[in-house]
Ligand binder design. Structure first.
Ligand code: PGA
Length: 249
């Protein structure tokens, strides 16, 4: 299975910078991915999706959104539907990111609707799950992941399409900190994820790690079993740093 790198630019690259990034570096990144036999998804904010998708059209680099509305259509001011995302050129969409869960009180039921909208529109969902520091310290990591993931896997199990799914394990305490879990802790989570996703759905999954991934940590993370790539925040907004993460994998 090819490794997948997802660049989550969050709200860090405004429109002009996102476009400049793609115009200047898409060719080099696409060549690097060909050499490394991996795949790359760039996730700019909504307003840049269509322009970024147009620039990347001639490359193998895919475009992803950072969120989607839980509704299909209607009077929902400020929301963006999965249909619009697909029409704008998105083939991936991050759902359930911990920043959405935390700042916008997203619940599992919201994420379930978002998942269904993505699937209906042929967009590969990148489902984010992760525990807080307190939950980890209390020894509840797998229980929390189970609680976040099982309802979504049940939704997936009801689908009759053969879409590839992506789950990103992102411990909340590692996001933006540069601190990553130990290899032992990651091996435990990824073994559990691999078994759970397969037994619950029978679908094919790519399992990513996110949180503190950068040019320093990527090298040490690549031997985790069942790990198929990374979701990269801060380090992905710099071409040089993103390139190194892809190179070091
Ligand atoms: P980070 O963010 O790489 O800056 O830790 C990852 C994420 O939030 O997806």
């Amino acid at each position: 299975m090819k490794h997948l790198f997802v660049a989550n630019w969050k709200m860090n690259l405004p429109f002009n910078e996102a476009i400049d990034f793609c115009q200047q570096h898409a060719t080099a990144l696409a060549e690097l991915c060909l050499t490394k036999e991996c795949e790359l998804v760039l996730c700019p904010s909504f307003e840049a999706l269509h322009t970024v998708a147009t620039i990347l059209q001639k490359t193998q680099i895919a475009v992803g959104a950072q969120d989607v509305s839980r509704h299909a259509t209607g009077a929902y001011t400020g929301e963006v539907s999965a249909t619009s995302l697909a029409q704008a050129g998105c083939s991936y969409c991050i759902i359930g990111h911990s920043e959405r869960r935390h700042y916008y009180q997203e619940r599992t039921i919201d994420i379930e609707h978002k998942l269904k909208e993505c699937i209906k529109n042929g967009i590969t969902p990148i489902i984010c799950i992760g525990e807080t520091e307190q939950e980890r310290n209390e020894g509840n990591t797998l229980d929390i992941l189970n609680e976040q993931l099982i309802p979504l896997l049940q939704t997936i199990a009801q689908q009759d399409n053969a879409m590839p799914y992506v789950v990103a394990y992102e411990p909340v305490w590692a996001i933006g900190t540069g601190v990553v879990p130990t290899p032992e802790a990651l091996n435990e989570v990824f073994k559990w994820l691999h078994t759970t996703c397969n037994t619950e759905t029978g679908s094919s999954f790519r399992l990513l790690y996110g949180g503190g991934v950068d040019e320093k940590s990527a090298h040490g993370l690549r031997h985790i079993s069942h790990l198929n790539g990374f979701l990269i925040g801060g380090a992905s907004t710099s071409f040089e740093r993103l390139k190194k993460v892809v190179q070091y994998d």
